[in-house]
Each structure stands twice: as C-alpha cells, then as structure tokens.
Design a protein around this ligand. Structure first.
Ligand code: SAM
Length: 156
C-alpha cells in the first residue's frame, strides 16, 4: 500500500517524533473492504455498511474458538497511511481546532482504529462482518467480543 503524506493544514500543529517505544505489535490478519482509497472510506463504519472480510492468519487462527457466540465484535486495526505527528487538527477544514486526543481522526501517534462490527458469518479463519471504515488491505491488530456481554448489560 502506498504511504500517504498529509500536509499540515490551517490551525494544525505537529510535534517532533522521537524513536517509538517498541510495542512489538503482531499483525494478526488482514482486512478486506470494498474501499480501495481513503476517499472511498466512510468517516465511521455503520451497521448497515457493506460486507467486509477479515482474514485471521493461520498462526493465530486457534484464537477464534467460540467467536461464533458473539453477534458484535470490536475490531482493532493499524491505520498505516496516517500521519503520526499531529497534535492539533482542523477536521474538515472547518476551523474548529481540536487536540488529537479529543478526536477519532486516523492521524495520531499510535494510529489504531476501532470499530464495533456485526458478525455476519464465519468460514474457518475468515469472518464476514459489517461496520468497518478502513482501506482494503489494512492490518488487523485484535478482535474482542462486545464488552456489554461481560458487564451485566450496564453499557449501551
Ligand atoms: N472507526 C475508527 C475509530 O474510530 O477509531 C477509525 C475512524 S477514522 C475517522 C476512519 C477514516 O480513517 C476513514 O474515513 C479513512 O479516511 C481513514 N483510513 C481508513 N483506512 C486507513 C488506513 N489504512 N490508514 C490511514 N487512514 C485510514
């Protein structure tokens, strides 16, 4: 996937990045979506969005045991095309400047995206889901069941 370099826009600021601490993440799979470019991606995934396919790499496939019990999953992914040094941002160039940590922008020091998806089907180590917003080929970091299942339905 070609790297994208975003320009600093009006009101935005960037910090100076030092060498990252080494979190040593594993890319556990790959996400296939119909969105071939950033411009085609929705701002956030929606429950009636298009079908997408999540491939879990063979080395991690045993981690899917019992996943079929869940209708909703939280998917975490690595937004690799992001700029990582922005501290303030001007979303949509509307002039309302916010700090990166007050936004769900993909441009952030650790560009981790998360979406709650509907689990539509499972075939071996491939999941079919709805509700993603990432470019085709985005790396998969983690899959977690909907936390409401574990909190006596105290969350909405
Ligand atoms: N739902 C996630 C979240 O809230 O953490 C991501 C939200 S972010 C606003 C979604 C946007 O990220 C998309 O509209 C697209 O512009 C951008 N995006 C999608 N895939 C990307 C990738 N692989 N690298 C960088 N940006 C990406």
């Amino acid at each position: 996937m070609a790297k994208v370099k975003f320009e600093i826009r009006d009101g935005e600021t960037a910090g100076e990045l030092t060498e990252p601490d080494d979190a040593s993440l594993y890319f556990i799979g790959r996400i296939e979506t119909p969105f071939k470019t950033l411009a085609e991606c929705p701002r956030q995934g929606v429950v009636d969005g298009p079908l997408c396919r999540i491939e879990v790499f063979q080395d991690f496939a045993d981690g899917l045991k019992n996943i079929e019990q869940f209708e909703r999953l939280q998917i975490l992914y690595w937004l690799d095309l992001s700029r990582r040094d922005l501290l303030t941002q001007n979303p949509g160039l509307k002039g309302r400047i916010s700090g990166t940590f007050a936004l769900r922008s993909p441009q952030r020091p650790n560009p981790i995206g998360s979406s709650m998806v509907e689990l539509v089907g499972i075939e071996g180590r491939f999941l079919t889901v709805r509700g993603l917003d990432c470019v085709d080929g985005t790396a998969l970091l983690d899959i977690k069941p909907d936390r409401c299942k574990f909190s006596d339905n105290r969350c909405q």
